[in-house]
Design a protein around this ligand. Structure first.
Ligand SMILES: [Mg+2]
Length: 272
């Protein structure tokens, strides 16, 4: 057999190198995805329970002057900041389309028009998707998510068809676009903006300078960040060490993310 190509390294097997990289810079910018990264995936977003140990670790990390901590998520800022409820943490919601403390129109120039369109699409989808058991629509103001984790496989083509039908007019007008996540279709403004651009923006404007950057995420949308942070400590949350990703490392699940963050906290504390 030919040698395995691009097999990911588990971060715990390379902590010495991580440690060495961290020792080169005083500051740390820690960027974290939320669902599937620090919180385990739940059937619906409102059922997610963020482990209290993670909250405690993040709270301690975010209190250090030389650590910048941000959560970058598909959820709205309103939702994620309520769930996490830590004040020293920065939030980027709606896949980076909104950043805490920043005017919406700075990122989405036609925000008002988008919010109106998303509301209409969500209302219309809520009506037509009654025929698809388990499907539900989450209106997040600048974006909407059509969740189908609980939809029987046999009904997924019908769901795709209905989402296509309701959104076609808005896609044709260049207002919105569709992207896919894990058992979710995202309806988003048609602008060139993603988590990677949001991270770039934060690095330039609010994060620490002369810092080691760390990014941990499990989603396809996190790949946009892994690509731009190619010298950072990037960690993909996945069970598949051979998966195609631009991350350097992997861990298996949110519990291992917690182990890594615990390790990071101990290291930060010992260097204080
Ligand atoms: Mg995720």
């Amino acid at each position: 057999m030919p040698p395995e190509k691009n097999t990911l390294t588990k971060v715990f097997d390379d902590l010495e190198a991580v440690e060495e990289q961290l020792s080169k810079r005083k500051n740390i910018n820690l960027f974290l995805d939320f669902d599937g990264t620090i919180a385990p995936i739940a059937p619906t977003p409102d059922k997610v329970k963020i482990p209290p140990e993670i909250i405690s670790i993040l709270e301690k990390l975010s209190e250090y002057e030389h650590v910048f901590t941000a959560i970058i998520t598909g959820r709205s800022i309103e939702n994620v900041s309520e769930v996490v409820n830590l004040k020293n943490i920065h939030y980027a919601g709606n896949h980076g389309l909104e950043i805490s403390g920043v005017k919406r129109t700075e990122i989405v120039p036609n925000a008002a028009q988008i919010v109106r369109s998303i509301k209409k699409i969500s209302d219309d989808l809520n009506k037509v998707l009654l025929t698809v058991p388990g499907a539900w629509v989450e209106n997040k103001s600048l974006t909407a998510s059509v969740h189908y984790r609980e939809v029987p496989v046999s009904h997924v083509p019908e769901l795709n068809r209905l989402v296509g039908e309701i959104t076609a007019h808005y896609i044709d007008r260049g207002l919105i676009k569709l992207t896919r996540g894990k058992k979710v279709i995202e309806i988003r403004p048609n602008i060139k903006w993603h988590k990677g651009k949001a991270v770039t923006w934060m690095l330039k404007n609010i994060a620490k300078k002369r810092a080691t950057n760390i990014y941990i995420g499990d989603d396809e949308t996190d790949e946009d960040v892994f690509k731009i942070l190619n010298s950072a400590i990037t960690i993909k949350v996945t069970r598949d060490s051979k998966m195609k990703t631009d991350a350097r490392y992997f861990v298996n699940n949110p519990t291992e993310v917690r182990y890594f963050l615990q390790w990071l906290l101990e290291r930060v504390t010992s260097l204080k």
